[in-house]
Design a protein around this ligand. Structure first.
Ligand code: GMT
Length: 382
């Protein structure tokens, strides 16, 4: 199949899922065309038939604001037409689904381009609800040929918040469990925890919804009972404030901010526990990547996290903002080697059995096949 993929090219989870999906599809023999304003961060290999098309932005003086939605739609038309795309799969509704629907309409007289929209999170639960976006998001969800969401939580939120009646299929995030697998005796671990301390990890884009200050407050309690270090990978608006908090609490020697990282399997493999205290999380891809590296997770109970983290088996779930309880759970796990070993194995097993790239990518493939066979039906039976 020839598949166009549009996503945010940054380190956010939707861009990561879209890019990993494109890479996996290319490995399985499909031709994949990424269409975005920059090269997706995780597009680190061009293994297989992968193309990248950059959206050109006009700087015309009359435009006070960049017209990205329009330029993206034009680029989609171009790529779909000249590379004869079968499918356009857009990740994150705003504005990608809208651009895709415009492209679909432009192409309609000559070609039926099927649009699949994957909802990832704040496109539905936060930004999408703003009055300046809501009618467009609702329209885009209703008019896409197929819509998927990354968790049951997000599916239900979309139905209720936008009063949507059409079908939304749940296809969860996935992980390459061969790449994200625990490696032992890493020099990185020895460097961070030279006295054999436990390592707690947090990975995010440091937006307010991730509640990074909660991570630091949980760690402050844990380290009083367990010799430990905290590593934080990623960057974003709350990083400066989080660094300030760590200094204010006198933790600067114990907390290390790594910034944006591409070596996540190594970082996660060196870790004993992940903290994800998010205020909103439709799935929690970083938690899945940690679980795949045999790292148990202590998370908040928000959004789709309970669909991933099994309380008392692969980690623990606490109420949003309850740093005392999260710390208690972390101490319980880190102070009991047998319990940790069991949770660690359970986490890995769940990632491999339920969220493996080899299980989930074929689900997308089947959806594409269904869409294509529908496009081939004569008009009289549609
Ligand atoms: O919705 C967002 O915040 C953006 C998006 C992103 O690009 O980071 O994140 C969402 O998509 C990920 C991949 O599907 C999910 O794993 C994240 O849980 C989700 N983030 C939120 O819901 C906050």
């Amino acid at each position: 199949m020839k598949i166009g993929i549009t996503c945010y090219p940054t380190y956010g989870g939707s861009g990561v899922v879209a890019t990993e999906l494109g890479k996996a599809l290319a490995k399985r023999g499909h031709q994949v065309h990424f269409i975005s304003y920059a090269l997706p961060a995780r597009l680190d290999s061009m293994a297989g038939d992968i193309f990248y098309h950059e959206v050109e932005m006009s700087q015309y003086p009359l435009f006070d604001f960049p017209l990205y939605t329009d330029s993206l739609a034009s680029k989609m038309v171009d790529v779909a037409k000249y590379h004869d795309l079968d499918i356009l799969h857009v990740h994150y509704a705003i504005p990608h689904a809208t651009s895709a629907l415009i492209a679909k309409q432009i192409l309609a007289p000559t070609k039926e381009l099927k649009v699949i929209t994957t909802l990832h999170g704040t496109d539905v639960t936060l930004v999408g609800l703003e009055p300046s976006f809501l009618p467009l998001v609702k329209f885009s969800i209703e008019q896409s040929d197929y819509v998927t969401s990354v968790s049951r939580f997000l599916q239900m939120k979309t139905y209720t918040m936008y009063n949507i009646e059409r079908e939304i299929q749940v296809i969860p995030n996935f992980v390459d469990t061969e790449l994200y697998v625990r490696k032992e005796n890493l020099p990185f671990r020895k460097r961070i925890a030279s006295n054999g301390e436990k390592i707690i990890v947090h990975v995010s884009n440091f937006r307010a919804v991730k509640r990074v200050p909660d991570v630091i407050r949980v760690f402050e309690i844990v380290r009083k009972s367990i010799p430990s270090k905290l590593i934080l990978a990623g960057d974003g608006p709350d990083r400066t404030e989080s660094e300030r908090l760590a200094r204010e609490l006198g933790l600067q020697e114990e907390v290390r901010f790594l910034g944006k990282q591409t070596h996540l399997p190594e970082i996660l493999s060196a870790s004993d526990l992940m903290l994800m205290p998010s205020q909103s999380e439709s799935f929690g891809l970083s938690a899945l990547e940690a679980m795949s590296c045999s790292v148990p997770v202590v998370s908040s109970s928000t959004g789709g996290l309970p669909e991933l983290v099994v309380h008392g088996e692969t980690g623990y779930i606490a109420e949003l903002g309850d740093v005392q309880r999260m710390a208690k759970y972390a101490i319980e796990l880190l102070s009991d080697d047998r319990r940790w070993e069991m949770f660690s194995q359970n986490a890995r097993k769940r990632a491999v059995e339920r969220f493996n790239v080899d299980e989930i990518v074929p689900v997308y493939e089947r959806l594409y096949e269904e869409a294509i066979s529908e496009a081939k039906l004569p008009l009289s039976v549609k």
